[in-house]
Design a protein around this ligand. Structure first.
Ligand SMILES: Cc1ncc(COP(=O)(O)O)c(C=O)c1O
Length: 395
């Protein structure tokens, strides 16, 4: 019913993924176009209802200031209830253009200059950048790689909280390691945050993209009551429905006072109205995009299975654990660090040798060196081409 197999040409659309080799390494793309499997957007057409909503709005010739309707908050709440079993009260939903903007607003609204904020690398790199560039101190509680996969260091987390950290930025599910945090882990986080007064900013942008056999637990469920005024949940339809370019996100803040502080911060930055297309697109996606998402998840799950099987066969020293969520494979390529030609960044070596553009793990901070992140939100034929290139690069 939905076609995820046919490639869609994206070059020439101003796409960050396809049109901006300057984000790769110096000189990238000079010898021919790169095959980009890096930044986290997918190469699939959006759900038909979303596309129709944008086209309907575009057909009206005036694109003036737009208000975020109550339908946005209600549709978001209904989506959270339906997919994740817990809904924010519509009055507690706030707008942010992007999730990173929402994170920056939370950092500014809920902490002071100089405060320590915990991140758990390897993690989505703007976390560090937003905290540091807003004059807060980045405190690292690195994830730990065990035989059963990446885990949070709960003792380390508690030690930082006890030592005076003011907030935690949680990535749930976690990009890039692909973990869906279990209830026991999240309850420990809630207990630590509650005992030591941590504000939890839970980035749940990937929560709809949970692959077979796992279940996401939103912070509203595991921390809503215990944290009260000290919780913000960041979400967006952007990853789920491939509409990052429409710059529309939702921030659920259960505490009334915290909600006022968030709005005051948005005012200080002059962030008022959404763009004319995003909210309508989000409402259409949340209301009608469920069947499309289910089909997408089946396709992504099959891509993940294929990669987990084929990557080690193609390149024996690579290790890939099937991600529990996201469309991002986190490949252990540490065996290649230090081999001839890969002294620098492994991702750059791969791109120079084969024109395959993956994210180098070092980008995600402590624990990331020697890993590669591959975006499998693309047709299987693209993955097949990418694997041939990866094999060539690391041969
Ligand atoms: C964990 C996480 N948060 C936020 C974002 C980006 O959000 P936005 O583009 O809405 O700022 C990403 C994109 O990859 C992400 O992985």
């Amino acid at each position: 019913m939905y076609d995820f197999d046919t490639g869609i040409g994206r070059r020439g659309t101003g796409s960050v993924k396809w049109d901006c080799p300057e984000y790769c390494y110096p000189g990238a793309g000079a010898e021919g176009p790169l095959l980009p499997l890096w930044v986290a957007d997918m190469d699939f057409a959006v759900p038909p209802a979303l596309s129709r909503a944008v086209q309907d709005r575009a057909s009206h010739p005036v694109y003036g200031y737009t208000e975020l309707g109550e339908d946005f908050k209600a549709a978001f709440a209904a989506w959270m209830r339906e997919r994740h079993g817990v809904a924010p009260a519509p009055g507690t939903v706030h707008f942010s253009p992007g999730v990173v903007t929402g994170l920056a607003l939370c950092v500014r609204a809920f902490t002071q200059a100089g405060d320590g904020i915990i991140i758990q690398p390897p993690v989505y790199h703007p976390f560090r950048q937003v905290i540091a560039s807003n004059g807060r101190q980045v405190l690292e509680n690195p994830l730990v790689l065990t035989d059963s996969g990446w885990e949070m260091d709960l003792e380390g987390l508690e030690a930082l909280a006890r030592a005076g950290a003011k907030a935690l930025v949680l990535c749930s599910p976690h990009n890039p390691v692909g973990r869906v945090w279990r209830e026991t882990e999240l309850k420990s986080v809630a207990r630590i945050a509650s005992d030591h007064g941590l504000f939890v900013i839970s980035d749940e942008i990937h929560c709809d993209l949970v692959l077979g056999g796992h279940r996401h637990l939103p912070a509203l469920a595991w921390a809503g009551e215990s944290l009260g005024e000290r919780l913000a949940l960041l979400h967006a339809p952007s990853k789920t429905f491939n509409m990052a370019g429409l710059q529309t996100s939702a921030v659920a803040i259960p505490g009334a006072e915290a909600g006022r502080r968030f709005e005051a911060e948005a005012d200080r930055l002059g962030l008022h109205n959404p763009n004319a297309f995003g909210a309508g697109a989000a409402v259409a996606a949340w209301r009608s995009g469920g069947p499309w998402l289910d089909a997408l998840l089946a396709y992504l799950g099959a891509n993940a299975d294929w990669l987990a099987k084929e990557v080690p066969l193609a390149v024996p020293d690579l290790v890939l654990r099937r991600p529990e969520a996201t469309f991002l494979a986190w490949i252990d390529a540490r065996a290649y660090l230090g081999r001839a030609g890969s002294e620098g960044k492994l991702g750059e070596t791969v791109a120079r040798r084969s024109r395959l553009w993956l994210d180098d793990g070092a980008k995600f901070g402590t624990g990331g060196a020697g890993w590669l992140r591959l975006n499998f939100g693309c047709p299987r034929s693209t993955l097949e081409e990418a694997l041939d290139l990866l094999k060539k690069a690391l041969a």
